[in-house]
Design a protein around this ligand. Structure first.
Ligand code: NAD
Ligand code: LMR
Length: 338
């Protein structure tokens, strides 16, 4: 399988299946911010995805080189590059899925919210163009702070009269990927066999791993729970500090984004039982957006799954998460409304 998915009986794409779903029958995918630290390896991974027939790479710098390089890969997707605002329309027309890793990354000592001033404007501009040129596309938003950029995108789409909450997803897959890895380390399991739901949002205490719901069922001591929760919540900062000024997670993020995009595409082509966590327009808490497990289908998010039973530790974590998350959501909304 291209990506191994939890509980997915049809994960084994046969060679014949790959051919049948690639080429002219595949999906058209655009990456906005394709020349960046995430964008480049993500472009490589999407070029390898048999469900992608056309891959558009857009950035404000360096797309000709990245596109030429990627285009030499002997995989099915046709790659085209687009450079600068004047080519944004052509980059977007006809796209089924738009993945957005455009924007500045953190340096040591910064919070994701410190990126708001620059990235909010970038996300607004790109979403205004999506509303105009591919209003039916599914959007995977990676740019930080995700807790605010997703509400910004929703407000832009509402203003343009094209908002469909089913088609907008903030990508929190990296939190799940990290949680699976760290839990596997503690439990002595293969990370591919582990699935940890991570809910809430994508920054510090808003990242809430539900360790009581880990599959396969596992129990952790209080010390392990504290260690795992802290490591998952601060995984991004761990990378930012290790890179010491050279940016934040790019390779593990590209992997996570490609895994999430693959889940979206498989849902879009009608595969059943595709469930992943994402930060979405939601009614499962009193907040207007929340990350939780969602079922992906032909039209995007087909169902938002309930949080399930939380233990006392997680209930406390949820209250903390909601407080910070509410303020970040409000900041995003008022950036567009004011
Ligand atoms: P980067 O600086 O390496 O790349 C960003 C790219 O965006 C650059 O190539 C830049 O030219 C491009 N860009 C800037 N303005 C643009 C615009 N208006 N239109 C199109 N492209 C534009 O940064 P990176 O490491 O790739 O990170 C990108 C973003 O992703 C950051 O905001 C980072 O915080 C975020 N991120 C999110 C997650 C997550 O889990 N959701 C994980 C890692 C990083
Ligand atoms: C991450 O979780 O790695 C990203 O959100 C980047 C960051 O700034 O931590």
């Amino acid at each position: 399988p291209y990506f191994q998915m939890e509980g997915d009986a049809s994960a084994n794409l046969s060679r014949a299946n790959c051919r049948a779903t690639g080429g002219a029958h595949g999906f058209k995918v655009a990456i906005l911010g394709a020349a960046g630290g995430i964008g480049q390896p993500l472009a490589l991974l999407m070029k390898m995805n048999p469900l992608v027939s056309v891959l558009h790479l857009y950035d404000v710098v360096n797309t000709p080189g990245v596109t030429t390089d990627i285009s030499h890969m002997d995989t099915g997707a046709v790659v085209r590059g687009f450079l600068g605002q004047t080519q944004l329309e052509d980059a977007l027309v006809g796209m089924d899925l738009v993945i957005i890793p455009a924007g500045v990354p953190r340096k040591p000592g910064m919070t994701r919210d410190d990126l708001f001033n620059i990235n909010a404007g970038i996300v607004r501009t790109l979403c205004e163009a999506i509303a105009k040129f591919c209003p039916k596309a599914i959007v995977n938003l990676i740019s930080n702070p995700v807790n605010s950029t997703v509400p910004i995108a929703a407000e832009v789409f509402k203003r343009a009269g094209i908002y469909d909450p089913k088609r907008l997803m903030g990508v929190t897959m990296l939190d799940v990927v990290r949680a699976n890895t760290f839990v596997a380390e503690v439990s002595g399991l293969d990370p591919r066999d582990v699935n940890v739901p991570v809910v809430g949002g994508h920054a510090g205490v808003t990242i809430l791993p539900l360790l009581s719901q880990v599959k396969p069922a596992s129990s952790f001591t209080q010390k392990e729970t504290d260690y795992l929760t802290d490591r998952i919540q601060n995984g991004g900062t761990e990378v930012v500090e290790a890179k010491a000024g050279a940016g934040s997670a790019t390779l593990s993020m590209a992997y996570a984004a490609a895994k999430f995009a693959d889940a979206c595409l498989r849902g879009m082509r009608g595969e059943a039982g595709i469930i992943q966590c994402a930060f979405v327009d939601s009614q499962i808490t009193e907040l207007p957006f929340f990350a939780s497990k969602v079922r992906l289908g032909r039209g995007g998010i087909e169902e938002i799954l309930p949080l399930g039973p939380l233990n006392e530790y997680e209930r406390k974590g949820l209250e903390k998460a909601k407080k910070e998350l509410g303020a970040s959501i409000e900041k995003g909304i008022s950036f567009i409304r004011k």
